[in-house]
Design a binder for this molecule. Structure first.
Ligand SMILES: O=C(O)c1ccccc1NCC(=O)[C@H](O)[C@H](O)COP(=O)(O)O
Length: 262
């Protein structure tokens, strides 16, 4: 069994258990549920850098990245650096994240927050909204077309942005639909962990112009961003490159400064 199948299997068990502890009615009546959301798609369209900075303690491909920092400091550092939005990994078993990370990030900043999760159930979308997210991620590799349609429409009804992630042509063709805001190309193959920016370049031509294009993973230089911009990318999701440092906010600030000066 590959790692993605294993993650999904664990996620189903986790979600089924969570439903017993916090019922959907409780999520829907939480204080944060009715708040207005902030659009990441709009922020990216109007940005000259397009950086979405991630909070990522560890990962299946890299084990430990940074266990020392707290999410509030990382979030405020990213906001002060001028990023367009922040991605918060909420998976505990494989990434060391939690829903509390999302909540604490929401309490600290006023920029678009993406819940980075393996979404396989509408329950997780309600959870995302009630813990302060503005955007959800849907991963084409683990969802059918019908699920992508149902989950994205469900999220749109909650005024959440939807970022749909693909890694190859087949996933892209399966996923194109009007209920998506952003199309993300993950440069990392989530089954083998191989990373290549060529994936973003080659898929760029077949992504319709109606979607904001986001390139994800393995981005660590401003040269890479400048090149990806030539392929129409507006958003750049960066995790490890910032999180492996002692001060991710500072790293993001330096990165953005050099991007703007280039
Ligand atoms: O990062 C991993 O090892 C990973 C493994 C399996 C599924 C997902 C995984 N990562 C999620 C992400 O998409 C990245 O955290 C995100 O794009 C940032 O990537 P990077 O800048 O390379 O940390």
């Amino acid at each position: 069994m590959n790692i993605l199948d294993k993650i999904v299997l664990d996620k189903r068990k986790e979600v089924n258990l969570k439903k017993l502890i916090i019922p959907t009615t409780q999520l829907e009546t939480s204080a944060l549920f009715e708040r207005p959301t902030i659009s990441l798609a709009k922020a990216l369209q109007h940005s000259d850098t397009g950086i979405i900075a991630e909070h990522k303690r560890r990962s299946p491909s890299k084990a430990v990245i940074n266990q020392k920092l707290n999410v509030q400091d990382v979030a405020t550092g990213y906001e002060q650096a001028g990023v367009c939005g922040m991605s918060v990994l909420t998976d505990g078993k494989y990434f060391g994240g939690s829903m509390d990370d999302l909540l604490l990030a929401r309490a600290s900043v006023n920029m678009p927050l993406l819940r980075k999760e393996f979404i396989i159930d509408e329950y997780q979308i309600l959870e995302a909204k009630s813990y302060g997210a503005d955007v959800i991620l849907l991963i084409a590799a683990i969802l059918s077309r019908d699920e992508i349609k149902a989950f994205s429409e469900f999220a749109k009804n909650l005024h959440l942005n939807v970022l749909l992630e693909v890694h190859n042509e087949e996933e892209l063709h399966k996923s194109i639909m009007p209920s998506l805001d952003m199309l993300g190309v993950n440069n990392r193959n989530l089954k083998t962990f191989e990373v290549s920016l060529e994936t973003s370049k080659s898929l760029s031509t077949i992504i319709p112009d109606d979607f904001v294009k986001v390139s994800e993973s393995g981005i660590s230089s401003m040269e890479a961003i400048q090149e990806l911009k030539n392929y129409g990318y507006k958003g750049f999701l960066i995790g490890e490159n910032f999180m492996k440092t002692d001060n991710p906010g500072n790293s993001a600030q330096q990165f953005i400064k050099s991007l703007k000066g280039a």
